[in-house]
Write a protein that binds this ligand. Structure first.
Ligand SMILES: [Zn+2]
Length: 362
């Protein structure tokens, strides 16, 4: 930890601490010792490493450096509390950023792997105190390729945030899109600006920041559009069909789905082209699967029949990662894309099926 309490009950930063003085842990009040050396960042550690639930021992140098850097950055514009003791939930987030017109923001600098359950517990604990949480990821995350699922867990305002202490590098990734059988795509931005923008009040964010929420909204629309340069379109479709055929051969597609199609005289490798053109990020299944389910649901509604939009959405929400926040935008954009393709007609909260997408012939 970076902070401890001295004998006069004042919070003292480790780098300003005095070896001759006695310090205590702000959470459990037990004695801590000051550690620093040439390799180390000055920090405090419990004398006896047991019994303190609010503070994990053995912070890495990266973690201490990152926490310090994030503190120094945010303290320029905000009041920032380092390692606040939140005794109600026995948690100590790395930083607490006080925002004048908005809820306070807890910042967690995460260097080591964290399980889904623990992450959820920490998020829920902080949320129960009315705090928002921003996860900033360390070098281990920065260097590896993150899965869509992992990405969704750490999104804040549609962005991932990174800090790499060795390079003193702040980075954000945003505008995620995913084409089936291709790597996750995103834009990235270096520097502090994006993080600062994410901390601005929602009002400011909405009107001023084009690198923030506006772009994300736009990107959600773009992701679901069936866009593909015409020259590459045939190639793209062929590639997707080949890959899907391979999945079938390898027995990696649910038999239920194949049987369902077969009973209706359809084949999985002949699904409508539109199913192969999705690029939405946030789905726990491939885009083709999500779109195929939608096509089959519309087929069940039947031509020239109506369905309430919410009934359709209720069936489709299960296909997104549980931690993904923007599913409603993706659903809306997908319906809009179908409407633009002349498949459905949107009227208020209802959808009219005006064309059934055809499965391709042999
Ligand atoms: Zn303690």
């Amino acid at each position: 930890m970076l902070l401890a309490i001295n004998s006069s009950n004042q919070y003292i930063f480790a780098n300003l601490a005095n070896r001759s003085e006695r310090y205590r842990c702000p959470a459990c009040k037990k004695p801590v010792v000051l550690r620093h050396g040439q390799q180390n960042v000055a920090h405090f550690a419990h004398q006896v490493q047991a019994g303190c639930h609010s503070f994990t021992e053995g912070e890495t140098i990266d973690h201490l450096l990152g926490k310090m850097a994030l503190y120094q950055h945010f303290a320029k514009d905000y009041r920032v509390v380092v390692e606040p003791v939140l005794s109600q939930i026995s948690q100590r987030p790395d930083l607490l950023v006080k925002r004048p017109r908005e809820t306070d923001l807890a910042i967690e600098y995460q260097c080591s792997p964290i399980g889904k359950k623990r992450l959820q517990e920490r998020n829920e604990g902080l949320k129960s105190l009315g705090l928002e949480v921003l996860w900033v990821l360390g070098p281990a995350y920065y260097q590896r390729r993150l899965s869509g699922e992992l990405t969704c867990r750490f999104l804040y305002g549609g962005r991932l945030f990174f800090y790499v202490p060795k390079q003193k590098r702040f980075d954000t990734r945003f505008n995620f899109s995913k084409t089936d059988f291709h790597k996750l795509q995103y834009e990235s931005q270096t520097g502090f600006a994006a993080i600062a923008a994410s901390l601005a009040s929602s009002a400011e964010k909405d009107k001023s920041d084009c690198s923030g929420r506006g772009t994300i909204k736009q990107s959600v629309v773009d992701q679901t559009k069936s866009v593909c340069p015409t020259s590459d379109l045939d190639q793209h479709l062929l590639y997707q069909r080949t890959k899907i055929t391979l999945l079938m051969v390898q027995g990696r597609v649910k038999v239920d789905l194949i049987n369902y199609l077969y009973e209706r005289g359809h084949r999985l490798d002949q699904i409508p082209d539109w199913c192969l053109l999705g690029q939405a990020f946030g789905l726990a299944v491939p885009n083709w699967h999500f779109r195929l389910v939608l096509v089959l649901l519309l087929e069940r509604v039947r031509l020239n029949h109506w369905i309430v939009e919410e009934r359709l959405s209720a069936r489709l929400r299960q296909y997104f990662y549980p931690s993904f926040q923007d599913h409603e935008k993706i659903l809306k954009a997908t319906y809009a894309d179908l409407a633009a393709s002349g498949v459905i007609c949107l009227q208020g909260n209802k959808i009219l099926v005006i064309k059934l997408l055809q499965f391709v012939a042999d």
